[in-house]
Design a binder for this molecule. Structure first.
Ligand SMILES: NC(=O)c1ccc[n+]([C@@H]2O[C@H](COP(=O)([O-])OP(=O)(O)OC[C@H]3O[C@@H](n4cnc5c(N)ncnc54)[C@H](O)[C@@H]3O)[C@@H](O)[C@H]2O)c1
Length: 334
């Protein structure tokens, strides 16, 4: 069976997922698209020969749509997820699940009422070879119990007119929150965010920031977010354990030694760094959705990450450590 996929939101990542479903992966076909900007949807529909819909509701109702891939802006995710769940159609939703916790909880309620998972959220680092090796090496006990996890997320640049100080937490650090929870298999208890000397390249932007998340089990997870660092997109992670450390390797496949130096490529952006991870996460979704279910990061993960991000925003504002309070986790997410 080929899964008929309806894509809501055909901007940057929507187009990229349409490309991978159409040109790279097996098992799915983009049969319908919708975007608030109809001309963008029409362009995106050309190669897969998809039908164009004016809104999420009509796309979800279309009989040829078996499953729904949501790549609209975060605040529009809930209005697409709830009708997809009501129609019993599996959902892949780009991160964030929703930018507000109350919206996340409404989504969780709807999925719990169905009694089974139908949603995968787009936290793709879990599908990255290097992150998987980090988790597997930790789980194999090579460094004993983890004590600290250090992460850095560095962007070459961000658009000055679109990127706000809060987005360093709600849009960027959310990936590091996801990794900390997944890698350490634990929830965040409290979070602190500090900002020191600013990068003058970003003008008024609060950049860089440094965050410390205290996990419930006591592990400290630290994150540097720098979004105008110039040299490239550089993603780092290191576990410090009782008897050793485990570090993500450099992302470049070769190291060049010539003249009197050595060098390697730093990825230009997230598409280059995580291209294989995106392929794997969408392949996993197609497989699970074709069987009528869901896998990978869940709506619970999406909710917990938004809760930590909200606490992080308050921590940045107050300079205090802010507690993270989660509702009880429903059994379907055990
Ligand atoms: N996983 C990742 O690494 C990653 C990377 C980039 C973006 N994202 C997420 O993907 C989503 C989209 O990001 P983007 O960079 O593609 O943004 P974008 O602005 O390029 O595209 C978003 C598209 O959604 C459309 N849209 C907005 N509201 C809509 C609605 N109610 N109905 C239909 N269409 C609507 C817009 O017209 C636009 O074409 C965001 O939630 C973002 O956080 C995730």
């Amino acid at each position: 069976m080929t899964l008929g996929i309806g894509v809501i939101g055909t901007g940057m990542i929507g187009q990229d997922h349409i490309r991978r479903i159409t040109d790279v992966l097996a098992g799915g076909r983009v049969v319908a698209v919708a975007d608030a900007d109809r001309s963008r949807a029409e362009t995106a529909a050309e190669k897969p020969s998809a039908t164009v819909h004016d809104d999420a509701a009509s796309l979800i109702a279309a009989p040829e749509v078996d499953a729904v891939l949501i790549c609209s802006w975060g605040p529009a995710h809930e209005e697409a997820i709830l009708p997809a769940l009501a129609a019993g159609k599996p959902v892949f939703c780009e991160k964030p699940l929703a930018p507000k916790q109350d919206a996340c909880l409404r989504i969780i309620d709807a999925e719990v009422k169905l009694g089974r998972r139908l949603i995968q959220v787009g936290f793709m680092r879990r599908y990255d070879t290097a992150y998987r090796a980090l988790k597997e090496t930790l789980a194999a006990g090579k460094v004993g119990a983890p004590l600290m996890y250090h992460a850095a997320h560095r962007n070459a640049s961000v658009p000055a007119d679109l990127y706000t100080s809060d987005m360093a937490i709600s849009d960027t650090m959310v990936h590091d929150i996801d990794v900390a929870r997944w890698l350490l298999d634990d929830e965040v208890a409290r979070v602190r965010v500090m900002a020191g000397r600013r990068n003058s390249v970003g003008g008024d932007l609060r950049d860089p920031i440094f965050s410390v998340m205290e996990m419930q089990g006591g592990v400290l997870a630290t994150v540097e977010i720098s979004v105008n660092i110039g040299y490239g997109y550089d993603i780092r992670g290191e576990v410090s354990g009782e008897t050793g450390t485990i570090e993500l390797a450099e992302a470049n496949p070769v190291v060049l030694k010539a003249g009197d130096g050595f060098s390697g490529r730093v990825p230009a952006d997230w598409r280059e760094r995580f291209i294989d991870a995106y392929d794997r996460e969408i392949a996993a979704w197609i497989e699970a959705a074709s069987a009528g279910g869901a896998t990978g990061p869940s709506a619970w993960d999406g909710y917990a990450i938004t809760a930590v991000s909200d606490a992080g925003l308050r921590a940045a504002e107050t300079g205090e450590a802010v507690e993270v309070h989660l509702v009880d986790r429903p059994d379907i997410y055990a």
